[in-house]
Each structure stands twice: as C-alpha cells, then as structure tokens.
Design a protein around this ligand. Structure first.
Ligand code: PGA
Length: 242
C-alpha cells in the first residue's frame, strides 16, 4: 500500500484528480470505477477543472459506479445517478452510453447484479477504482460482517450507514434500507485502487483498515491484500497512522 499524506481536503482532492488525470492521459479509453459520498466531491471538481483546461478528455472513458440505492428513481435528488450527473457527468464530455450505475429499480435485482458484472468484464475490467471509506469501514456498500468473496449484490444497509447518510435526506425514515453494490470481489479485481479519507471521523477506522487484522468486521482491511492500492489521507484522517 502506498500512503500519501496531505495537509487538507483541498490537497487530497488535487492529488487524487492528478492521479486519475494521469491514468486518462496514459490510457484515454480507461475504465474508471467511481464513488459517491462527500469524499470524492472535491476530486470531481478538480477533474472538471482539468477537463475545462484541456488537460483531460472523457470522450472515450467508460465508468462503473460502486453502488446505487434501491427504490429511488434515477432523477431523485438522493439517487447516486443524480449525484454523479450533478457532481461530474453533466460538466464533462463523457458519452451517456459509457456510464454504468446499478439500476436500483430493476425488477429482477439478481439479474441486474449479474449483468453488471458481465459488463465490467466485457470492458476488460476496471483500470482504477476510486473509493471512500465509511465510518464503519465499508467500501462501496460492503457493510461489516459480509462475505469477502461477494460480487455485485443486493445489500441491507447497516444502521450506522443509514444514520451517516441520513444527513442528505429529509429524515432518517427516508433513507433506503437496501442498495445494489459491487462486492468486495469486484472491487478487488480492479487493477488499481485509489482510496481517499479525510476528517477525524475516519482516523480510527483507517488505522484498523491499514494495520489491523484482515477481517469482515472491517471490510476495507481486505485492501491490504491488493497489489496496487494508493491511499490519500489528510492530516485529520491520518492522525492515528504512524
Ligand atoms: P463519505 O462516505 O465520503 O460521505 O464520508 C464514504 C463512504 O461511505 O464510502
């Protein structure tokens, strides 16, 4: 694991966007694995800036998002589909047909999950997967105590995740209880992984993920076994790291 320590969120976002931009310069047809949540917002803003400056183009880029809530329409303000459009896709030259986000309204969820896996494979796998980390150690919506060997699947969200994500909803009752998420196995199949963590609420779990036992209670700990992981941490999230 390569750990890059930075001062603050701004520097974290700049470094992360530079790594992703480098990937796109070296391989314009890259398959990017993308994440939602507060953490990557600054990275997306920086990528939009680099696009506007002519440094990168997304015209040949393929994307796969980690997850999507079940039961929300794609234009719902809280859907991850809407998040990606407003935070990134509407501002760059990506082609609509190259964007992939699980359909949380699919009638046959099992088939949706299997098809998602097939599509990732069809494009040759994910070149670089961007990740945040949940306060409970989740990556994507791979909540604690689930199987490490899972591929894209239907997940029941953890109480801690529901509470953490309720900040975006009118009330905690409005937070969906289920989601479709890439599994740990899907994430671990990515060629490279870029994990971002900022803020003191991530400090302890980040320490456990990097230096603790590799256990399903801390899903991100599995990343210790991946051959090409880069972690960018700000001072607060890195405060427990030596
Ligand atoms: P956050 O979420 O970026 O909103 O902190 C991270 C995650 O849950 O993966």
């Amino acid at each position: 694991m390569k750990i890059i320590k930075v001062k603050d969120y701004k520097e974290l976002s700049r470094k992360a966007s530079s790594i992703l931009a480098g990937q796109l310069i070296l391989k314009p047809k890259s398959v990017l694995g993308l994440a939602t949540g507060s953490t990557p917002i600054g990275t997306y803003e920086e990528l939009i800036r680099l696009y506007n400056e002519g440094v990168v183009s997304f015209s040949n880029v393929i994307t796969f998002n980690l997850d999507e809530y079940c039961g929300l329409k794609s234009n719902d303000i809280n859907s991850y589909c809407n998040f990606m459009k407003t935070k990134l896709f509407n501002h760059i030259d990506i082609r609509e047909e190259n964007i992939h986000i699980p359909n949380g309204l699919a009638k046959d969820i099992q088939k949706e999950c299997e098809d998602y896996e097939k599509k990732i494979k069809k494009f040759g796998g994910i070149d670089i997967q961007l990740l945040g980390i949940g306060r409970n150690g989740h990556i994507g919506f791979n909540e604690p105590n689930l199987k490490f060997e899972s591929k894209t699947f239907l997940v029941n969200l953890d109480e801690d995740t529901i509470k953490a994500n309720s900040r975006f909803f009118n009330s905690i009752e409005d937070v969906p209880r289920q989601a479709i998420s890439m599994g740990i196995k899907t994430i671990m199949s990515s060629k490279k992984i870029l994990l971002l963590a900022n803020g003191e609420e991530k400090a302890e779990i980040l320490y456990r993920a990097i230096y603790g036992d590799i256990i399903p209670q801390v899903p991100a700990s599995i990343l210790q076994l991946h051959p090409d992981v880069t972690i960018i941490v700000d001072e607060k999230a890195g405060s427990c790291l030596k």
